[in-house]
Design a protein around this ligand. Structure first.
Ligand code: URP
Ligand code: ZN
Ligand code: ZN
Length: 537
């Protein structure tokens, strides 16, 4: 990270109390001056000049998931108010020249773990540093996973509200279900009806901590269905993984390669298939997070062919990396690639890319869950103790572009899989995921003729490693606009803690359309109960 950027972030941390006070009085109080060429200084707490609340992006190609067009985009107070050619404005409006660039919706990352307590430690990126990194990479919203506290969903929600109070971009929450009882069932309703949560995640792995059994999964799916919330699964057979880990340790395989060997693709496929069948039995939509293998992807493909509503989310690590580094003789190098399900052998990545480009898989997440080398070293003698997780929130947009755009997908597809589809699935489209009149002004200006290079010394995450270190490619996010504020420009971040907003997500998204008709059809096909007369016996 450049010194000026560090200073900017540091000053903004100092300003946090000021920021939150003034922001509660007026959203125009704390500003970050943009494009002043003053080496990354911040604007402090002076009132927002009119020019920064009005923004014109001129001369670019506006790309939505449904089409691309030459148009200007005019923004007022964080909302897009016009998208059309040749918009004329007065001197009070800040103008950004997007000639030769794409103007696209900011990315939405459906899968992150900021400030997460996991495997006896805490992920190093919190809601400020993780989001700052996201903005520098063109992502303007993410959805994070709330864990219950002492079994209470409400306490978990409140804990995450606190963690997220330092946010500098918009965010939403999924909620994790770790056990089942009446109070969980009741609190799920409160989460959906009062707290803006429309998805619940069930871990089928991490035996002894997060893992739930089929009974909990079934009850949870039924409850999700009744509330119009999406059931999500981390799909690996946790019992078999536990057995696989024991086998490796017994054979003296204690290093990071043991992680991959103990949880092969067949265990991911088994759990994916099981979750799909249970969701079909309940007749509720299912979202499979971090699809890492051909085997799991094929389970999803099969189900989708029958018309079942199953969403498959590959993550960037699974799309662009392979497992070779897990065999690196240097422990720290190998350990940084440990995540679950594991990054697979070469070949799975290309197949996942193809599945994404043909619509078998629908959107790309990151599973951003970062740990420093010192945390990864907890597992130096036993791979089971290496905190699982990799980075990606900053790199996702660039890597997807570079990997997929060279022929596999169109520019509109890029917008769909990095932004729009996520907004649709979680029922916040077109407020998010679109450049349309009335949408939030979460916008990136992307130069397809520029280039990027990934380096842990200049990335914005707090982690001291980067699994994509050294990657170079075509395309660059030159400007990121978060609800009308220019937060990334000229390789400088201008972000304010407390400026991000929680985005409530309403239930009964499009995946629930027609569910009751399928139920009715099933019931009418039963030919039951059979009317019987009692015969004498
Ligand atoms: O290794 C991973 N994926 N870490 C984050 C937690 C999870 O399983 O999603
Ligand atoms: Zn997971
Ligand atoms: Zn995850």
């Amino acid at each position: 990270m450049a010194i000026s950027q560090i200073i900017s972030l540091f000053l903004l941390h100092l300003l946090l109390p000021l920021a939150s006070t003034s922001l509660s009085q007026s959203s125009h109080q704390l500003i970050c001056e943009v494009g002043t060429g003053n080496g990354g200084s911040i604007g402090g707490t002076s009132p927002l000049p009119a020019s920064l609340s009005k923004l014109l992006i001129k001369g670019g190609t506006v790309v939505n998931a449904h089409r691309q067009e030459r148009a200007d985009v005019y923004v007022e107070d964080g909302i897009i108010v016009a998208v059309k050619p040749n918009i004329k404005v007065g001197d009070e409006v800040t103008v950004l020249d997007a000639t030769g660039r794409y103007v696209m919706p900011g990315g939405i990352d459906p899968h992150t773990h900021l400030d997460a307590e996991f495997m006896g430690t805490v992920a190093v990126d919190d809601f400020f540093s993780g989001q700052a990194a996201a903005l520098a990479g063109g992502t303007t919203m993410h959805i994070d996973f709330v864990h219950p506290v002492n079994g209470s969903l409400m306490s978990g929600f409140e804990a995450y509200e606190k963690k997220a109070s330092k946010s500098c971009m918009d965010y939403g929450f999924h909620m994790v279900i770790r056990h089942w009882d009446e109070s969980v069932s009741k609190e799920m309703e409160i989460m959906v009806k009062e707290k803006g949560i429309n998805s619940f995640k069930f871990f089928m792995a991490y035996k002894g901590t997060f893992m739930v059994d089929d009974a909990v999964l079934l009850r949870g799916m039924k409850r999700c269905k009744s509330l119009g919330a999406l059931a999500m699964v981390h799909a690996e057979n946790g019992d078999a993984v536990f057995e696989g880990q024991k086998r490796m340790i017994e054979r003296g395989i204690t290093g990071p390669e043991g992680h991959a060997l103990s949880r092969p693709p067949m265990l991911e496929a088994e759990a994916t298939g099981r979750a799909i069948r249970l969701a079909s039995f309940v007749n509720t939509p299912l979202y499979v997070v971090h699809v890492m293998s051909i085997d799991a992807m094929e389970e999803i493909a099969k189900a989708r062919k029958t018309g079942q509503k199953v969403i498959g989310e590959p993550v960037v690590s699974g799309l662009v990396l392979d497992d070779s580094k897990l065999w690196d003789p240097d422990f720290i190098t190998a350990a940084k690639y440990v995540m679950s399900p594991p990054i697979r052998e070469s070949g799975h990545n290309k197949a996942l890319q193809a599945a994404l480009s043909t619509g078998v898989l629908q959107l790309v997440g990151t599973d951003h869950c970062t740990f420093n080398s010192s945390q990864k070293a907890f597992g130096i003698d036993d791979f089971r103790k290496i905190p699982n997780g990799v980075n990606g929130i900053e790199e996702r947009m660039h890597l997807v572009w570079d990997t997929m755009e060279s022929g596999q997908i169109s520019v509109t597809d890029f917008v769909r899989i990095t932004s729009t589809e996520c907004a649709r699935i979680f029922n916040i489209y077109p407020r998010k995921g679109a450049i349309l009149v009335g949408s939030d002004a979460d916008i990136i200006i992307f130069n397809p003729n520029s280039s990027f290079e990934i380096n842990p010394r200049s990335h914005h995450s707090r982690t001291n490693t980067n699994v994509y270190e050294g990657r170079k490619g075509k395309g660059k996010v030159e400007v990121t606009i978060s609800r009308g504020r220019i937060v990334w420009k000229d390789d400088e971040l201008k972000v304010a803690p407390g400026s991000g907003k929680y985005i409530p997500m309403p239930p009964f998204g499009f995946l629930f359309d027609g569910i009751e008709k399928i139920d009715a059809k099933l019931v009418s096909s039963f030919k039951a109960p059979v009317p019987r007369f009692k015969s004498d016996v």
